[in-house]
Ligand binder design. Structure first.
Ligand SMILES: NC(=O)c1ccc[n+]([C@@H]2O[C@H](COP(=O)([O-])OP(=O)(O)OC[C@H]3O[C@@H](n4cnc5c(N)ncnc54)[C@H](O)[C@@H]3O)[C@@H](O)[C@H]2O)c1
Length: 302
C-alpha cells in the first residue's frame, strides 16, 4: 500500500458506522493500519448488541488493507486505555487518533433530563478526553525517550458547538467543550510532536438522515453526492498524516466539497474606563459596543 499515511497506525473511535467508518476506510486507502473502534450502540446510546467494528475492519482487510477491531467504550478509562493498548500491541505504534464516537439525546432544555445531559456530555466530552489522555501519555513517553513523534489528533465538534442548535443544549455544550479541549491539547502537546485539530462536519448518517432528510438526501445517479460521509474524510486523513506538519489548534468546517477555516472567538469592539463601571453606565457602553460589533451567526434551528 502506498499513500500519505503509509506506515502510520490510526485509531478511529465510533468507526463502525457513518463518518467514522468513512474515515477508517479512507485512512486504510492511504496506507494506514487502522484500529476500528465501535461500541455498537443505538442512536441514543442505548446498547445495541453487536459492534459493527469487526465488519469495517473486515472490509478494510478484504480490500488489501490492515485493520483490527476494538469494541470498547471510549468514555471509560478502561475502554480508552485498552484502545491505545490495542494499537500498540497489534502494530507496535500509534500515530493518529481520530475522536469521532458519539450519540444524541435531543430535547428542549426544559424537558432535558439530567440523564440525557450526563450521557451526551459523557460520550462526547469525556469520550474525547480519555482516548486523548491515554494516547498523549504514550506520545510524551516516546518523546522523552528520544524517539521522533509526528502524532496527530483530530477531534469532532459540530456546527452545534460553534453556533448552538435549538433542541440540542447538551450536545451543543459538549461539542463547544471539545473546541476548548482542542485548543488546550494543541498548546500542551506541541512540545512532544503532537498536533491537535478539530472538525465540524456535516454528512448523511443515521444521526442526520431523518432530522435533515431534505438537506441530506442523495442525488440522482451521476450527480455529486454532496452529503456522503466520504466527503468529510479527505481532510481528516490529511490532518491525521505527517503531511499536515505545522497545522495545530485549528477548527475546520467541512462538508460536501467545501473546507472552511473557522476563525473562532476574537475580541471585537472594546471599552476600558480604567476604573470600575457603574451598572447603568456599563449598560450604556455595552449598547454602543454592540452597535459597532458584528452580529453573531444564527443559532441552528432559529
Ligand atoms: N452526521 C453529521 O452531520 C454530523 C454533524 C456534526 C457532527 N457530527 C459528529 O460526528 C461524529 C460521528 O457521527 P455520525 O453522524 O457518523 O453518527 P453515527 O451514529 O453513524 O456513528 C457514531 C458511532 O459511534 C459509536 N459510539 C457511540 N458511543 C460510543 C462509545 N461510547 N464508544 C465507542 N463507540 C461509540 C456508535 O455505535 C456509532 O457507530 C459524532 O461525534 C457526531 O456528533 C456528525
Amino acid at each position: 500500500m502506498t499513500g500519505i499515511c503509509k506506515g502510520r497506525v490510526v485509531i478511529v473511535t465510533g468507526a463502525g458506522r457513518g463518518l467514522g467508518r468513512a474515515h477508517a476506510l479512507a485512512f486504510a486507502a492511504e496506507g494506514a493500519r487502522v484500529v476500528v473502534n465501535d461500541l455498537g450502540v443505538g442512536l441514543d446510546g442505548a446498547s445495541g448488541g453487536e459492534s459493527p467494528a469487526e465488519q469495517v475492519a473486515a472490509e478494510i482487510r478484504a480490500s488489501g488493507g490492515e485493520a483490527v477491531a476494538h469494541g470498547g467504550d471510549i468514555a471509560t478509562s478502561e475502554g480508552a486505555a485498552s484502545l491505545v493498548h490495542a494499537a500498540l500491541e497489534t502494530y507496535g505504534r500509534l500515530d493518529t487518533l481520530v475522536n469521532n464516537a458519539g450519540f444524541l439525546r435531543d430535547r428542549m432544555l426544559v424537558n432535558l433530563d439530567e440523564d440525557d445531559w450526563d450521557a451526551v456530555m459523557r460520550v462526547h466530552l469525556k469520550g474525547h478526553f480519555l482516548p486523548l489522555k491515554h494516547a498523549a501519555a504514550h506520545w510524551r513517553a516516546e518523546a522523552k525517550a528520544g524517539r521522533a513523534v509526528a502524532a496527530r489528533v483530530v477531534n469532532t465538534s459540530s456546527g452545534a458547538g460553534l453556533l448552538g442548535s435549538v433542541g440540542q443544549g447538551n450536545y451543543s455544550a459538549a461539542k463547544a467543550g471539545i473546541l476548548g479541549l482542542t485548543a488546550v491539547a494543541a498548546a500542551e502537546m506541541g512540545r512532544y510532536g503532537v498536533q491537535v485539530n478539530a472538525i465540524a462536519p456535516a454528512a448523511r448518517t443515521r444521526m442526520t438522515e431523518r432530522t435533515f432528510a431534505e438537506t441530506m438526501a442523495a442525488p440522482g445517479a451521476g450527480a455529486f453526492d454532496a452529503m456522503a460521509p466520504e466527503n468529510v474524510s479527505p481532510l481528516v486523513v490529511w490532518l491525521g498524516s505527517a503531511a499536515s506538519e505545522g497545522v495545530t489548534g485549528r477548527v475546520f468546517e467541512t462538508e460536501a466539497g467545501r473546507i472552511t477555516v473557522m476563525e473562532g472567538w476574537r475580541p471585537g469592539p472594546t471599552a476600558d474606563k480604567g476604573a470600575r463601571w457603574e451598572p447603568a453606565e456599563a449598560g450604556e457602553t455595552v449598547r454602543k459596543l454592540l452597535a459597532a460589533a458584528e452580529e453573531p451567526g444564527a443559532v441552528y434551528g432559529t
